[in-house]
Write a protein that binds this ligand. Structure first.
Ligand code: CUA
Length: 202
């Protein structure tokens, strides 16, 4: 009798060609490779030093602005063209606000001391990029990201925005100054008329 093919009737086993040796080998290699790539994700997170394991909490943009203002009030040590320079003590909670189109305020940190750097935005998405280092971080309104940082060397660093945020995006340059330990709050620092001044002047 002629056998009818229908979705209602299962075909007789085994109707397919069993996997050959090479196919089995290939599937095994692919699967093993998948597992290696999969394992690399958490491994990179823990060992690669690429993804900052910071704290993240929700925050109303207006509340974050209040925290930044309080932070500036508490630790302000100077001004450049009306733009505050803030030198928090070692171990402090440090606040940096991203907004169109500035990083507020300018920070002065001490070499070898640890801080928690809180980042958030009061308007839209910005990108925290520390120059000349390869450190990139998304700054999203509504979230407070706390990055644990320990500046390794003194110097004058720039923060640029690497997330397109409108007409002034390319002008969004901030400043983090790292001074020798003990020279932080109230310490003398080289005059840095420049970036912070430009921002304040806009
Ligand atoms: Cu902020 Cu681009």
């Amino acid at each position: 009798m002629e056998e009818l093919h229908s979705a209602l009737v299962s075909p007789r086993h085994v109707w397919w060609k069993p996997a050959g040796k090479q196919e089995k080998l290939w599937v095994t290699i692919s699967f093993a490779w998948c597992m290696i790539l999969f394992a690399m994700m958490p491994l990179w997170h823990l060992k690669g030093g690429q993804n900052p394991s910071g704290i993240r909490t929700r925050v109303e943009p207006a509340d974050f602005v209040k925290r930044v203002d309080q932070f500036v009030k508490d630790y302000k040590v100077g001004e450049e063209a009306g733009f505050p320079i803030v030198a928090p003590p070692p171990g402090a909670e440090v606040y940096l606000l991203a907004r169109m189109w500035q990083w507020y305020p300018a920070l002065r940190l001490e070499e070898g001391k640890s801080y928690t750097l809180h980042l958030s935005s009061s308007d839209l998405n910005h990108g925290f990029s520390l120059q000349p280092y390869n450190l990139n971080f998304q700054v999203v309104p509504g979230y407070d990201y706390g990055l644990r940082i320990t500046p390794g060397a003194p110097g004058d660093f720039r923060v640029i925005c690497n997330e397109y945020c409108g007409i002034g995006h390319h002008l969004m340059i901030g400043k983090i100054e790292v001074v020798k330990a003990g020279a932080g709050a109230g310490g003398a620092s080289a005059s840095t008329a420049g970036v912070a001044g430009q921002e304040a002047g806009r």
